[in-house]
Design a protein. Sequence first.
Lengths: 218, 218
Amino acid sequence: MPTIKYYVREGLLPPGELSSPNQAHYDEVHERRLRLIRALLEVGGLKVAAIAEVLGAVDDPECSLHKVLGAAADRLGGQGVADDDAEAVTARAAVERLIARRGWHTHQSNPAVEDLARALAAMGRVGHGAFTELLDDYADAAELVARADLGYVGRRVAVEDLVESVVIGTVLGEAVFNAVRRLAHVDASARLYGADREDEGTVEEEKGEKGEKGEKGE
Amino acid sequence: MPTIKYYVREGLLPPGELSSPNQAHYDEVHERRLRLIRALLEVGGLKVAAIAEVLGAVDDPECSLHKVLGAAADRLGGQGVADDDAEAVTARAAVERLIARRGWHTHQSNPAVEDLARALAAMGRVGHGAFTELLDDYADAAELVARADLGYVGRRVAVEDLVESVVIGTVLGEAVFNAVRRLAHVDASARLYGADREDEGTVEEEKGEKGEKGEKGE
């Protein structure tokens, strides 16, 4: 299995126990870690170096849950260069006001602050500076999601799995929400502007636990 | 400007008007399109080929708003291979039930359906199949965001800019929400588990429009 060797070489996985000179034995802990690496890589879209950093935080017994969550968030963001034009300055001020208005705890190095400013500045440059008006709706929705996530962690997760679960929830939860948001968009758009109903699988008021039969195979 | 030439070569930008054999003239329409391309590329994370497809839909006068929104959503997702293990089957069924329960309009080819199933299956493989319990909270939040987005489009956007605005909102709005969600996570985590207060810029109950002075410089 060359991918396992690669992960071992990159420091993501500890080496297996050598059962013969050419054969290493991987136990349940290895397999679980391997599944986590693949999920972060394939669904979360994290790079190998970022995964190594996050797993380093997961494995550090000195690292508090809050710090690991921060480490996971840090690795998710912070790509791209910070600009310094008028839109960037306006966007940063809007983010600061949002954080103050919501009373959000944050830390200076949280790259989400700069990521948010960068996205808003890009909006401003294409003529949508007024998009900042939606920030409180976005914040309401984000708080709802964050509460659900933390509630799940508190209810469902054994203490020894807490740190790993927070990483999974942070990274994979983002992929889940993005997909759900796109579904909600298509629905809202269909209701408002939909003219071409023929390509919609309208599954309305179908309250039961059964999906429409024809939908399963693509 | 080599990047402009590159975008012209890739079909993202129409060629400028030649003002001399080695000098092309780019007008306001070009510049606006260039800003849009850069935003989709740098903040939205779309690939050049995906941008070409989305802009093709934007420029097609036959394309209804609902279809363009679909084209933008299609280009955002659909990466990765569909799996067929038990977790994938369970996850797809959960997505079907969600869509039925919410009464969401969707179309068969919407890649968000498969993306959502893929993310949930990855959760299942790392022992978090129960995460599907959060889907309705995620859907509530996503509907809130989708309503805000569509409301903005309806209020703020001139008819001739509608299609372009939907693309911007779909792609950049995702970057905005992901960053806001990460801020909300750090806040929720700080409130629940925060032990290391020293690295937080606690900006609590500061309802006014003024951010904390010390926060501006990183």
